[in-house]
Design a protein around this ligand. Structure first.
Ligand SMILES: Cc1cc2nc3c(=O)[nH]c(=O)nc-3n(C[C@H](O)[C@H](O)[C@H](O)COP(=O)(O)OP(=O)(O)OC[C@H]3O[C@@H](n4cnc5c(N)ncnc54)[C@H](O)[C@@H]3O)c2cc1C
Length: 248
């Protein structure tokens, strides 16, 4: 059986569009920080399952997720209703391309996230191994509204001199209104943080966000000489889609 039945432990709403929840962790469930797993709900005997990045770190005995709420979404219209004690099914196999092994060690690790694309990076910024491999870590989280800045207070409270957290809000007044990708590409991001200009010899980039941002950043980085990690080898940047866009 690839799926095991797990129990919701807690639910935390962030906005009308986003929420986090924790589940019991399946026995012998192995994963790397930054990976995703397929989770699902059973409705009238049928499983509806979708990919979810794991927010919690490998050393915890629960699994934490950050979810979108798509009102007519087959999974999330139901998932948004779960309460502690309810069941969620978790696949036994985690995978993904946003682990520390997907980029070479380096000087600055840039993590560029939009929306729920933040999820894998919460796991990675909580992992001491991240700071053993990189001198500085920059986490940029771009969202439309302030209430979508999930984990803002926890990240701000980490008080880690090697972690630079840059929340940006594009559709409401906010101190940083630019899109994270634009801040990176124009060089403003490193400049504002007092870091050297990003350079593929020394620095690394991880991207997790909406398909358009991920595509645009991939093109921009490749044009600028960066190499993506794929089956041919480990490059200096790696990406994962935060979701797949289905067009009706
Ligand atoms: C590798 C991978 C990792 C993922 N990790 C997460 C995660 O950690 N958290 C999460 O909420 N979702 C994540 N997703 C998306 C997730 O698999 C589902 O698409 C999402 O839960 C919605 O499911 P649904 O059945 O309600 O709607 P779906 O039919 O799956 O999606 C309907 C539409 O909603 C939009 N949509 C879907 N997911 C998102 C999203 N996350 N943000 C903004 N718009 C979206 C898209 O336009 C999509 O076409 C991930 C997807 C992939 C491929």
């Amino acid at each position: 059986m690839p799926y095991s039945e797990q129990t919701v432990q807690s639910v935390r709403p962030w906005s009308d569009k986003t929420f986090s929840f924790t589940l019991t962790r399946p026995q012998d469930f192995a994963f790397e920080n930054g990976e995703f797993v397929t989770i699902g709900l059973k409705r009238e005997g049928k499983m509806v399952a979708r990919a979810y990045s794991i927010v919690s770190t490998t050393d915890r005995d629960h699994l934490e997720f950050l979810s979108i709420h798509v009102p007519d979404g087959p999974l999330t219209s139901q998932l948004a209703q779960v309460r502690p004690g309810d069941s969620v099914w978790v696949n036994s196999k985690a995978t993904g391309s946003l682990t520390l092994n997907h980029v070479l060690p380096g000087r600055v690790l840039y993590m560029l996230a939009t929306g729920t694309g933040l999820a894998p990076f919460i796991s990675l910024i909580r992992d001491p191994a991240t700071y053993a491999r990189f001198e500085q870590v920059v986490l940029v989280h771009s969202v439309r509204t302030v209430s979508e800045l999930a984990y803002h207070d926890e990240i701000s409270a980490l008080d880690n001199p090697h972690l630079h957290y840059v929340p940006t809000v594009t559709r409401e007044p906010f101190a940083t209104p630019e899109r994270g990708a634009d801040l990176f590409c124009t060089g403003q991001l490193s400049q504002r943080l007092g870091l050297p200009k990003p350079d593929f010899e020394h620095d690394r980039v991880m991207i997790c966000g909406n398909p358009e941002m991920t595509h645009d950043m991939t093109t921009w980085l490749k044009d600028a000489g960066w190499t993506i990690t794929n089956h041919r080898g480990i490059g200096n940047f790696t990406t994962e889609l935060a979701f797949v866009a289905h067009h009706a």
